[in-house]
Design a protein around this ligand. Structure first.
Ligand code: ATP
Length: 334
């Protein structure tokens, strides 16, 4: 089976192809990089509008190379329905609907955050992991229970990556800020910042204000970067550990672009090792936004019969993971 996926929730105009027989994932991405400031929704949508046709063509060419004679190019088209920026999602939705109609194949509407989780499950072979999604616009911990991915803990304000990016904008660094913080932190000393976990939820806005104030007071930026990483990632690690404890699961997968950070992976791996749990972080191309994960989950949903009619396929910029009935899993809840 081959499924073509299209992703476009924010910065990544991406198309992918999942070939289930070869268990191979092709990804073509054209990234929107703001010239200054953060992601501007109308600029991001314009980028999506300009970039989607070429990345889809690349995925279709890959499908043509793999399709045998008289075989359809793909069996289904999957797309990110949300959550994300409405103007971007609308362009991707329109592209996916017209492609599915042109190719005369079913359409699959994928929840982007469930795709971040499922690519970790797919690549690791884990049965029923807890998932820490540490992405730009989100931060949450998910566990499977009673047919849905339940949000066990989440941010009470901004996403984890977005808050790091706000700090780096303040110090004059270009977007995205996460990799720059990681690099700068290699030369710094720990600077103390507030640690905010409430129950199973976290808050990042106060930490970012404190980080900006520390920088404005003259604290070396490298030290603030160390403080940011140690504080924010310890919060994520604490909630992930409590989710493992609460659910009894002994498997943790990581999702989202912030998951590319080596220090975060190191802290999660150490926590899992201490409690005898297995930890898996997908390779970077599957952590940041990408259409490969949309194609892979699209194939799973297509096989389970979870396709969608064109008239029901409107996008949902606030689409939560626990809104998705997980019909493709028969395993026990954690
Ligand atoms: P979402 O999946 O919630 O829609 P998103 O669209 O913003 O998020 P992602 O690709 O998941 O996109 O994550 C992008 C974020 O990852 C940015 O905020 C960026 O700064 C952050 N990031 C990228 N690399 C690193 C890194 N090495 N360390 C920390 N953060 C990083």
């Amino acid at each position: 089976m081959r499924v073509l996926g299209i992703e476009g929730t924010a910065w990544a105009a991406s198309a992918g192809l999942y070939d289930s027989e070869a268990d191979d994932v092709f990804i073509e991405t054209d990234a929107y990089l703001p010239e200054s400031g953060g992601i501007d929704p109308s600029e991001a949508a314009e980028h999506m509008h300009n970039a989607i046709p070429a990345v889809v063509d690349a995925a279709l060419a890959e499908a043509a190379d793999r399709a045998g004679e008289d075989e359809p190019l793909v069996d289904a088209v999957a797309f990110s329905r949300g959550p994300g920026l409405g103007p971007c999602l609308r362009i991707v939705g329109t592209a996916a609907r017209s492609l599915a109609q042109t190719l005369d194949v079913p359409l699959v509407g994928v929840n982007h955050m469930v795709a971040h989780l499922e690519i970790g499950r797919h690549r690791s072979g884990f049965d029923s992991p807890v998932c820490l999604n540490a992405s730009g616009a989100n931060a949450h911990v998910l566990g499977f229970h009673d047919g849905r991915y339940r949000v066990l803990g989440e941010t009470m304000d901004t996403g984890v990556g977005n808050s790091i990016d706000k700090f780096t904008r303040h110090v004059g660094w270009s977007h995205p800020g996460g990799p720059k913080v990681e690099e700068a932190a290699k030369d710094g000393e720990y600077a103390e910042l507030p640690y905010v976990v409430k129950g199973m939820d976290f808050s990042f806005s106060g930490i970012m204000s404190a980080a900006k104030q520390a920088y404005d007071r003259g604290q070396p930026v490298e030290d603030v970067c160390v403080g940011l990483q140690e504080t924010v990632f310890a919060m994520l690690t604490e909630v992930a550990e409590r989710a493992l404890s609460l659910t009894g699961s002994d498997e943790l997968v990581l999702g989202g672009g912030v998951g590319q950070n080596e220090r975060l992976r190191e802290m999660l791996a150490a926590m899992c090792e201490q409690r005898g749990a297995d930890f898996f972080a997908p390779e970077p191309r599957f952590l940041r936004d990408n259409a490969g994960m949309i194609a892979v989950l699209g194939a799973t949903m297509y096989e389970a019969g979870q396709t969608i009619e064109i008239e029901d396929s409107r996008i949902d910029s606030d689409y939560r993971p626990d809104q998705v009935p997980v019909t493709w899993r028969e395993d026990e809840s954690v």
